[in-house]
Design a protein around this ligand. Structure first.
Ligand code: GUN
Length: 291
């Protein structure tokens, strides 16, 4: 069984990005600049944005973190988005999700300038990706694509089963896997909460992408011998033995499934670090498009 080490791969990619940034700066160009808006104090979101800011420092990007109280109104947030859209120093920015219930995430995403939408959530970017045109691909699907590419996992003609249909992962992933890309050309089945006989379908998969957000959902009996398994889950479960009082669990029952899989991503250290590095790749692309 091959462990698909997202942490190691993310470190390699960060070092490649840093080399490019150093070159840009030595040519007198400005540092790429990523900004992040965070509203409220959701523990997961605070951690994720913290990782993103730290990763910016590691590769020589400038970063700005804008943290607002959860009582902020939708109109106030839209104003902050407009300011970042207009700021010539900011190459790309993200609004961390989820947002408080009184703010429409759709409205906020649609207010982002697509040329600065390094999360790839704006309909213009989603539409372009769907048509196979150059655009910002959302970070988690892009990270998974990089794992498949760098580990030389054959996808052409394979049956890829995506479990979960979220706008952030499942849906864009299914489009990338079926598209005409080096890591595409797969036959894709998208499964979700209304899917009947899920196990019959996952047992036919050469590649399984588990992105439904239910800890240890995918068990060994649902996986064919030799399948490639990508675990996108990051649920915090209570763990009194850990210092934080919780630990991360993926959507895959790792001990069980790793005995069947030919290759598998761990949690933590699999898709998570690749999501962060993909955001850096999109920001570098945004910065270079302006040169
Ligand atoms: N919440 C969970 N994943 C993401 C992500 O990739 N980007 C943003 N902005 N919010 C998220």
């Amino acid at each position: 069984m091959l462990l698909l080490d997202g942490k190691k791969l993310a470190d390699e990619l960060k070092s490649e990005i840093k080399t490019e940034v150093d070159q840009l700066v030595s040519q007198g160009k400005k540092q790429p600049h990523l900004a992040a808006i965070l509203v409220g104090t959701d523990g997961g979101s605070l951690t994720y944005v913290g990782h993103k800011v730290k990763a910016c420092e590691q590769v020589g990007f400038k970063s700005t973190m804008l943290h607002f109280d959860s009582a902020m109104t939708e109109a106030e947030l839209l104003q902050e988005v407009a300011k970042l859209n207009a700021d010539p120093d900011v190459d790309g920015f993200i609004v961390q999700l989820p947002l408080p219930a009184h703010i429409s995430a759709d409205k906020v995403i649609m207010a982002i300038d697509p040329s600065k939408d390094v999360d790839g959530f704006h309909p213009v970017n989603v539409g372009k990706v769907t048509l196979g045109l150059p655009a910002f691909v959302s970070a988690t699907p892009l990270g998974i694509t990089k794992i498949l590419e760098r580990y030389n996992i054959e996808t052409s003609g394979k049956h890829c089963v995506v479990v979960g249909r979220s706008n952030i992962v499942g849906r864009p992933m299914s489009i990338l896997m079926s598209g005409q890309l080096p890591t595409g050309n797969a036959t894709v089945t998208v499964c979700h909460s209304r899917t009947k006989n899920l196990k019959d379908i996952t047992l036919q998969a050469d590649i399984i992408i588990a992105a439904l957000g239910k800890p240890e959902f995918l068990t060994g009996d649902m996986v064919r011998e030799g399948a490639v398994v990508i675990d996108v889950g990051t649920t915090r479960v209570t763990d009194t033995t850990s210092k934080a009082g919780w630990r991360l669990k993926g959507d895959v029952k790792f001990d069980d499934v790793s005995k069947k899989a030919s290759a598998i991503t761990p949690v933590p250290g699999g898709v998570g670090p690749m999501t962060v590095v993909s955001l850096l790749l999109n920001t570098l692309q945004a910065a270079k498009q302006k040169l």
